[in-house]
Ligand binder design. Structure first.
Ligand code: ZN
Length: 177
């Protein structure tokens, strides 16, 4: 199991490199996706994770479809891990929401961030197929948080009302319904 790097680690501040399109589907990239998925699934609140968080400075992130469905009833997509390679946010709504946010690389701080309510994203999936989709709600927030990781940005750079919380308190907050 790969360790999730914490905020002082310099890789988290790098601008990650694009994955060469010919390498998508290659064993090393598939291994990185598997490592990311394992590291994410080992965290009860791990809704998504970007490659630099396990020390791989490549533009790719994974979202837990299962946790997303649990946390946001408006999400109707697949429950499997969703893979986004070389993602680009192509549109952001002017409308912004204040949302609560935390990060697997910033244990255990929690705070408020202003995020666009809706975004459109373009990327490749794990098989190298081009994907384009819009998102609102929690998934839109996740897209913005993960693309920030690929640009060396952590949520604490933009957050306010930061509070240190225990793991139990964070898990409690994220229970829905
Ligand atoms: Zn994060």
């Amino acid at each position: 199991m790969k360790d999730i790097l914490q905020r002082e680690h310099p890789v988290l501040r790098e601008i990650s490199r694009s994955v060469p399109v010919k390498d998508i589907g290659a064993p090393e990239i598939r291994q990185t996706i598997a490592d990311l998925t394992d590291a994410m699934n080992a965290q009860k609140d791990g809704i998504a994770i970007a490659a630099p968080q396990i020390g791989v400075p490549l533009r790719l992130f994974v979202v837990s479809g299962a946790l997303l469905a649990q946390a946001d009833k408006t999400y109707k997509g697949p429950k499997e891990p969703l893979v986004f390679i070389n993602p680009e946010i192509t549109k952001t709504s002017k409308e912004k929401h204040e949302v609560e946010e935390g990060c697997l690389s910033v244990r255990w701080l929690y705070g408020k961030v202003k995020r666009s309510a809706k975004v459109s994203i373009r990327a490749y999936d794990a098989d190298g197929k081009r994907i384009a989709r819009g998102a609102s709600g929690l998934l839109a927030q996740v897209f913005q948080h993960e693309v920030d990781h690929l640009n060396g940005i952590l949520f604490v750079d933009k957050a306010y009302d930061l509070e240190e919380m225990s793991e139990e308190e964070i898990l409690e907050m994220q229970k829905v319904g």
